[in-house]
Design a protein around this ligand. Structure first.
Ligand code: GDP
Length: 301
């Protein structure tokens, strides 16, 4: 008798659930999606990424059954978070320290990015971080073009206690990088960081220069350094570099000054490479491994 009663209760509950559940329709979330679109565009997220996000949210929500009375905003907010996190999370997480440990010495990292993006500072920060983690480092001064570039790099390198391999201004950047690798090989140095130029001139094609350096040095990793304050412009920059030399990872600088951070979302989607680190200040300690969850909080609050 008891069993029957329980079955009865369960049936009733099932029926009640059916009555109390409603299916989310596209029109239920349209307005919220439009608001979100505006917010994201204001935060400097590229249009194609906004569309991708909206698609993901729709796929996630339309047709889903929820209990009557459930807070609609909450459901949408959850879906937005999930979609942003999906876009930011790389298919394969990279553990740089492990990669370096596994690879044949020296591990070569080629840095590309436009002038002023924070490339030189970032190289010094990464050198500092690698040293802290027990690796020896040498830097190649392959921006042989911009006046002052070599001295500036040397100054940073001195402060973090790393040697710079350099030639004269106007020298072949690929040859400098090659020398740095030979230097590292001869001395058993773990990592070579290659600084490069960040501007084209009429007589000099930056992308061809990057291709040549990559051909000569066969880097284990190509990192694009982008200034998050430049907003969507860095998505275009990354695209250009990515066509010349395949970008494996991104470092975004000046995130301490960029409250919006939308470019980060765009970049990882558009070039399909993970954000490895973010710069959050001018000091050598101000480089932190990228954390998607931290970032979602930053842009969605
Ligand atoms: P490069 O031309 O790309 O080599 O750029 P630099 O490394 O010379 O950096 C340009 C300026 O940006 C310098 O004043 C740096 O101190 C500053 N910078 C670099 N990274 C960051 C960062 O994460 N936060 C802040 N606030 N400033 C940064």
């Amino acid at each position: 008798e008891n069993v029957e009663k329980e079955e009865d209760e369960a049936k009733k509950k099932g029926l009640l659930d059916k009555i109390l559940m409603i299916e989310i329709k596209e029109k239920d979330i349209e307005e919220a999606l439009e608001d979100l679109e505006l917010e994201l565009l204001e935060a400097d997220v590229a249009l194609e990424v906004v569309d991708e996000l909206k698609d993901r949210i729709k796929r996630n929500l339309v047709g889903k059954k929820v209990r009557i009375g459930t807070n609609k905003e909450k459901i949408i907010e959850e879906a937005v978070r999930k979609a942003v996190l999906e876009i930011l999370t790389p298919e394969k997480k990279m553990d740089l320290l492990e990669e370096i440990k596994k690879a044949e010495k020296p591990y070569v990292i080629l840095f590309v990015g436009f002038n002023g993006s924070g490339k030189t500072t970032t190289i010094a920060k990464l050198a500092h971080w690698l040293k802290k983690n027990g690796f020896s480092v040498v830097i190649a001064a392959s921006d042989t073009f911009r006046a002052g570039a070599i001295e500036q790099l040397e100054e940073h390198a001195k402060k973090v206690g790393v040697k710079v391999i350099k030639h004269k201004y106007g020298a072949d950047p690929a040859a400098v990088a090659y020398d740095a690798i030979q230097h590292a090989k001869a001395r058993g140095i773990d990592v070579v960081l290659i600084d490069t130029a960040g501007r084209s001139e009429t007589n000099r094609n930056l992308m061809d220069e990057m291709k040549k350096i990559a051909r000569v040095t066969k880097p284990n990793l190509v990192i694009f350094v982008g200034d998050s304050l430049a907003g969507n412009a860095i998505v275009e920059q990354a695209r250009q570099f990515n066509q010349a030399v395949k970008i494996d990872g991104v470092i975004l600088t000046k995130l301490d000054a960029d409250a919006r951070g939308g470019a980060a979302l765009s970049i990882s989607h558009v070039i399909n490479a993970p954000i490895l680190f973010v710069g959050i200040g001018q000091g050598y300690e101000d480089l932190i491994p990228f954390d998607e969850r931290w970032f979602v909080e930053k842009i969605l609050g």
